[in-house]
Design a protein around this ligand. Structure first.
Ligand code: NDP
Length: 460
């Protein structure tokens, strides 16, 4: 007689986003009996209201600039060109539906049971679904992601939207104020401007994209302004009033801005509230991030967590790798810790930004003097249209061993270029090895292997 398994399932995954889906499918492939609960839609932030729909809106946004500013230099004119938000919104929604369906199908085809319900942990080996059903599991994986931060101390904040709502708007506002200066604020400022919205960006600091290389920050900040985006710095939201003329947004510096819409992009927080962490003994940081070790194990040995809910590096490919490492460790018999070092990332500004490794400032703080190679130039395709957008490329090199420890690019195709450069920087190639690589001509990326002169700061 076969013995009844000790638990209903071997693995219960809470959250069907990038990390949860990868972990569920891989664990099932290793032979585990897996169930997953999702309270909203299969696919999570990236597919439903993040990377994917955002990138589609960016493609749409770029057409306007290309038609108005670039194509005429090449002999094209477009008469009667017009943008229709409902068409774009509905096409994006249909694509998101398609992808969500594929995610669900892939899960089912992998043998994973999907519960369309909210799940709460009620013990080291048990979850309760919003339907009331209790399911026991050998291992529980928390992969609930993050959610936008909404400040609670700003009167009238209920009139603001976040990146959750922006994809679903009935109509595109004529004007919008975007609060924040990170990835989401910058990406939406450019993309909405490109769709014809009058955009104001409100940033509490001096130069946007804190944490990025200073040359990147200055370059992108300048591009925001050059594109006609109003950038208001050194202040924050104070209060919001809804009036007939739109939202009357009062700032802490005494100024006010009237805008049809207000979008908050002041960070995201781990979504771990109401999950039952306290009851189960799962330790969290004050910001809600679930504390995990290198193998994504929480303070409870049978409970793991991956992705944004752990607030390590909040990027989809990172969550996917963490999920894969979890599955290999727990069900594949091969303990694997994901290496969070030197991960390439892109900000889909216009033009885009690609970055990998250390900024110049971080490199100096870590290693002392470093060698800098940098260039700015107008890409060939912008010369005939007389478009002023410039490309910025920068290599940060450790003098002791000539290793390229950082690469920062702003300009056309930067996101695509940085993926390939990321391989070289991740694996410690030297500046001499970059130089020994023959250029691909004519491209913008060829500058990466042709920058010969060390940059010397100009003396005022
Ligand atoms: P970020 O953490 O990138 O930026 C938050 C911004 O809000 C910062 O400029 C910050 O200012 C500002 N801010 C924070 N708190 C306040 C406050 N109380 N009042 C005013 N301003 C405030 O968050 P995002 O929401 O833009 O993105 C969240 C994360 O999602 C990113 O960090 C990234 O990991 C991921 N993401 C990745 C994308 C990609 O890969 N392309 C795209 C979108 C998101 P300060 O600089 O002073 O701290």
């Amino acid at each position: 007689m076969t013995q009844k398994p000790a638990y209903d399932v071997d693995l219960f995954v809470i959250g069907a986003g990038s990390g949860g889906v990868r972990a569920a499918r891989m664990s099932a492939a290793y032979g585990a009996r897996v169930a997953v609960a999702e309270e909203y839609r299969i696919g999570g932030t990236c597919v439903i209201r993040g990377c994917v729909p955002k990138k589609l809106l960016i493609y749409a946004s770029e057409f306007g600039h290309e038609m108005a500013d670039i194509a005429p230099g090449y002999g094209w004119t477009f008469e009667g060109a017009r943008f229709d938000w409902p068409t774009l919104r509905d096409n994006v929604a249909a694509e998101v539906d398609r992808l969500s369906g594929i995610y669900a199908r892939n899960l089912r085809n992998s043998g994973v049971t999907i519960h369309e319900a909210r799940a709460e942990i009620i013990g080291p080996h048990a979850v309760r679904l919003s339907s009331g059903e209790v399911i026991s599991a050998g291992t529980i994986l928390i992969a609930t992601g993050g959610r936008p931060v909404v400040p609670t101390d700003v009167p009238g904040i209920e009139h603001a939207i976040t990146s959750n709502e922006i994809f679903l708007l009935d109509h595109l506002p004529k004007s919008i104020l975007i609060a924040g200066g990170g990835y989401i604020a910058v990406e939406f400022a450019f993309l909405l401007k490109g769709l014809g919205v009058d955009v104001t960006l409100l940033y509490r600091g001096d130069t946007i994209l804190r944490g990025f290389d200073d040359d990147v920050r200055v370059h992108v900040h300048g591009e925001l302004k050059r594109k006609g985006i109003r950038v208001v710095t050194h202040t924050i939201l104070k209060s919001i009033e809804k009036t007939e003329a739109g939202l009357h947004i009062h700032l802490a510096n005494g100024q006010s801005v009237t805008s049809e819409a207000l979008m908050l992009a002041v960070g995201r927080e781990p979504y771990s509230e109401g999950l039952g962490c306290e009851a189960a003994g799962v330790a969290r940081q004050p910001n809600g991030a679930i504390v995990v070790d290198a193998f994504s194990k929480t303070s409870v040995p049978s409970i793991y967590a991956v992705g944004d809910v752990t607030n390590r590096m909040n990027l989809t490919p990172v969550a996917i790798r963490e999920g894969a490492c979890f599955a290999a460790t727990v069900f594949g018999g091969t303990p694997m810790a994901f290496d969070h070092d030197t991960i390439a990332t892109a900000v889909f500004s216009q033009p885009p930004t690609g970055t990998v490794g250390l900024s110049e400032a971080d490199a100096r703080a870590k290693y002392g003097p470093v060698d800098i190679y940098k260039t700015t130039f107008r890409p060939m395709r912008y010369v005939m249209p007389n478009e002023e957008t410039r490309m910025m490329m920068k290599l940060v090199v450790r003098p002791s061993d000539d290793v390229v420890i950082g690469c920062h690019i702003v300009g056309p195709d930067a996101a695509e270029i940085i993926q390939a450069v990321g391989i070289a920087v991740k694996h410690g190639l030297t500046k001499a090895q970059f130089d020994a690589t023959c250029a691909v001509h004519p491209t913008v990326a060829e500058e990466l292997v042709t920058m010969k002169e060390k940059w010397v700061p100009s003396v005022a």
